[in-house]
Design a protein around this ligand. Structure first.
Ligand SMILES: [Zn+2]
Length: 213
């Protein structure tokens, strides 16, 4: 596997510090499990963070700090339910995804379907698997906010290059692209999306209300 497209150092640093939204976190995690280069960066960043903590001067806590933490833990969303392992034959899905509950398949457009990944409520972005048939030409679109993608199987190409297994792609409002799925096999991507797709052109504005991702 040759990975050519990586998350920015800013994303990796926020991943290492646990500061990403959960949907975004699992897309970066998917990339990191396949990319030794980014794993090294994350490990180095974590070591740096640990040393900074060790070097920090101890600070006296408020008298009620423990109670406040316990109250917050009590208010936290429950962890995602553990579903049955994914069925054999669902090729391209990494083992660790079986720890998440994955919703039913929903058709999005001709040749394109999705399965939502069930995450605790309250996150700003949502995560889903996007499955596209070989050769599918997606509608030209842009994004109102961020879209993080990690390819799990197959490939797609757009103006930014070719994206194969392990590759990471970031779409935002500045990117206007029309991905085409590679002809070799179905493409399966793990996607974290904040905001909405904007389909370009007159036809796009007509059908946009019907595309729910
Ligand atoms: Zn990488």
């Amino acid at each position: 596997m040759t990975i050519e497209h990586h998350p920015s150092e800013d994303f990796l640093a926020r991943f290492a510090a646990g500061r990403l939204d959960q949907a975004e976190h699992i897309v970066i995690a998917a990339h990191a499990t396949m990319c030794p280069r980014c794993r090294r960066f994350v490990a180095a960043f974590e070591r740096l963070g640990g040393r900074a903590l060790e070097a920090a001067e101890p600070v006296a806590l408020a008298a009620d700090a423990f109670d406040r933490v316990m109250t917050r833990i009590g208010q936290a969303s429950p962890p995602p339910a553990v579903s049955k392992p994914l069925r054999a034959g669902e090729a391209g899905l990494p083992e660790w995804l079986s720890h998440y509950e994955i919703g039913p398949v929903r058709r999005v457009a001709p040749g394109v379907s999705m399965r939502p990944i069930v995450l605790p409520a309250g996150g700003k972005s949502r995560a889903f698997l996007l499955m596209s048939a070989p050769g599918t030409r997606m509608l030209e679109h842009t994004h109102t906010e961020n879209e993080l993608t990690c390819v799990l199987q197959g490939s797609f190409s757009h103006q930014g290059g070719r994206f194969g297994p392990g590759d990471f792609d970031l779409g935002d409002h500045s990117v206007d692209h029309q991905p085409v799925v590679g002809p070799e096999e179905p493409c399966v991507c793990l996607v974290a999306m904040t905001g909405k797709l904007r389909i370009n052109g007159f036809l796009g504005r007509l059908i946009e209300p019907f595309i729910r991702l």
